[in-house]
Design a protein around this ligand. Sequence first.
Ligand code: AP5
Length: 214
Amino acid sequence: MRVIFIGPPGAGKGTQAAKVVERWGVAHISTGDILRANVKKGTPLGLKAKEYMNAGQLVPDEVIIAMMKDRLREADCADGFILDGFPRTVPQAEALDALMKELQLDLDSALLFQVDDDTVVERLSGRRVCRKCGAIYHATFHPTAVEGVCDVCGGEIYQREDDRESVIRQRLAVYHEQTAPLIDYYRGQSRLLEVDAAGSSDSVLAVLESTLGA
Ligand code: AP5
């Protein structure tokens, strides 16, 4: 399985990717997670990316493309992958096509998570994440059993810097302007599959499983 998850911020891409990779045993490659890990470690990549991320802007294409060229050559990608958050612009999609050709691999599909802007704001303003293992929660829809403590690993729960409402609105504007053109890009390649992501997490997973052919 080699699949791309496309959708606005907060559509549930990370939540569903975690479940799908558990079932299919493929690699989950989240560009947002890779960038945040680099920000945390203070690497040159992290220092470059931090300002863009906190402002709700995209990190420049050349930085992301170089990062993904390395990542997709790693051994865990051999049995397939879910790309969560990449590509996010047409130049990134073109670079991915070129890389797939070079690696003699084929993309199966691009899954579009469809959800409206108000739902995105509600989901992201309530999102909480484990600092240690990255598990995703929501203050209302999926709270931890003990406030501030991860159910999975006992790590500390925090709110992402870019989950403030003003930054969420900016990320949405960037999505509509720079990422939404990918819908036509993958439709043109007959790879686009649309998923209604507005329902409960379990109902979205059921749709995904039938779409992906479980
Ligand atoms: P990234 O981390 O990729 O953020 P994003 O795409 O904005 O997506 P999110 O992680 O915010 O949302 P999600 O769809 O994964 O939702 P989640 O499952 O967490 O990127 C961050 C930044 O990095 C970007 O802004 C950019 O600066 C940079 N970047 C990354 N990739 C880049 C690239 N390729 N090019 C350039 N820059 C790049 O769910 C959200 C919340 O909703 C959670 O609380 C969850 O519990 C809840 N929830 C999920 N599903 C449901 C449901 N069905 N019902 C109710 N609640 C739900």
